[in-house]
Design a protein around this ligand. Structure first.
Ligand code: GAL
Length: 424
């Protein structure tokens, strides 16, 4: 049986109710709703709509087939990048009321949970499932801590992608080829504005601006110095960082004023609706665009963020076995599906990500994902702060807050001080 119902659990119910809940299961999160008693496996994520929900549904379809003794219980909480979900999760973990499994990012973010003693070691299960040799080496490295593995990665996403409306560019007399640098991009945005496109670059709430900031830093500093921001080898107070932040300020001046009130799909919609030309977003946008019935290379184009061609800024969604998960056997079955060939195909073809496994058949995937598979195998790699591969949650929250303040005030010196402080 689950522990007593804390306020956080009530919050799950409220948010589910507020966002319409899930439509594949009963969405109930009440006391005793999971656990071995009735075979439910409570899966906690923030995938509630569009391509994200379609990806989750794909995984669930395989789970229903492979784990028919168990039942999927959807505990997803709306809000891109887990903006709401992570808070509820933190309070559930704090009150020893974990879901059976939850979505966590590979890398810095996962380390947080491991160090807090909140995750079970899955190394033996990897051997049992024959998974160790099937996961991409770079990823296996990122999820191995002191020789042990605590999560099963479902995918690899790319963060530094710009989604483009070709008609808007052509309407302003611009080429649909990617600008090579941030400066060239800024010049094109000025041309768009002169042609009447007031806010050529659509952004949304703070974490989406953090992604834009990261893309500009990556372009201006290059991948080595950018990765060094997360291990202390690049100084946040350096003059190069100041110059990059000034450039970020210029880029932000071409964005929409209503950004703070939007989630990421709203910003993508501004592009497909023709109000904006560009949105920088992780490739879960490809899942959304597919779910919306749009045609790649026709209705929309994609580019590596200007100045970052040849760099794949990666992140990975993984699932874990929390210490004290009520339904351990059911969760093991879920994790086995997450790591399986079929599970990853059914998930990733809809989610807009490439599989974490290496035995992929590219012909299962659409044009965007085929290009991402190719880039993953040839590009140099960079970490993502906004999506947890670079650093723990506390650092992410501090940067999101600094970026949110910059959006309102535009003070570069203050932003740089706050970014330097967040790294301490
Ligand atoms: C990320 C997550 C992606 C996608 C995105 C937007 O943190 O890794 O899978 O869900 O948030 O919600």
């Amino acid at each position: 049986m689950r522990k007593s119902l804390p306020a956080a659990l009530l919050a799950v119910g409220l948010v589910l109710a507020a966002c319409g809940g899930d439509d594949s299961d009963d969405g109930s999160t009440g006391e005793g709703s999971g656990g071995e008693g009735n075979g439910e496996v409570e899966v906690f994520s923030w995938w509630t709509e569009g391509g994200e929900k379609a990806g989750l549904d794909g995984l669930v379809a395989v789970f229903d087939e492979e784990c028919s003794d168990f039942e999927f219980l959807n505990a997803s909480i709306a809000g891109g990048a887990g903006a709401n979900a992570k808070q509820v999760l933190a309070s559930r973990l704090q009150t020893d009321d974990p879901p059976d499994t939850f979505q966590a990012h590979a890398g810095g973010e996962l380390r947080d949970y491991v160090e807090a003693g909140q995750l079970e070691d899955l190394t033996d299960l990897y051997d049992e499932w024959g998974l160790t040799g099937s996961i991409s080496d770079e990823l296996l490295d990122a999820i191995t801590m002191d020789g042990q593995i605590y999560s099963v990665p479902a995918n690899i996403h790319r963060a530094n992608v710009v989604w483009v409306n070709p008609d808007v560019l052509e309407g302003a007399g611009l080429s649909t080829d990617a600008p090579a640098t941030v400066d060239e991009w800024l010049a094109d945005m000025e041309t768009l504005r002169d042609a009447g496109v007031q806010a050529p670059l659509a952004v949304a709430v703070d974490w989406t601006q953090t992604m834009l900031l990261e893309a500009v830093l990556l372009a201006e500093l290059g991948p080595d110095a950018f990765n060094g921001l997360w291990d202390g080898s690049t100084d946040w107070s350096a003059a190069e960082v100041t110059a990059a932040l000034e450039k970020y300020g210029q880029v932000m001046s071409y964005t929409n004023d209503d950004r703070a009130s939007l989630d990421w799909p709203d910003a993508v919609n501004k592009v497909t609706g023709g109000e904006a030309a560009y949105n920088l977003m992780g490739d879960w946008a490809a899942g959304k665009l597919d779910a919306d019935g749009l045609t790649p290379e026709d209705d929309y184009l994609w580019w590596p963020a200007p100045g970052t061609d040849g760099v794949f800024q990666w992140l990975a969604d993984a699932f874990v076995l929390p210490v004290g998960a009520p339904n351990r056997a059911g969760t093991e079955c879920w994790l086995d599906v997450v790591g399986s060939y079929d599970g990853q195909r059914e998930f990733n073809t809809k989610k807009g990500s490439i599989p974490a496994r290496t035995d992929t058949d590219p012909s299962d995937y659409g044009p965007y994902l085929q290009s991402a598979l190719e880039d993953w195998s040839t590009d140099s790699l960079a970490l993502s702060l906004a999506h947890g591969s670079a650093a723990p949650v506390g650092w992410i929250d501090a940067v999101n807050s600094a970026v949110g303040q910059f959006s309102a005030g535009g003070d570069v010196a203050q932003l740089q001080q706050q970014l330097a402080a967040a790294a301490q």
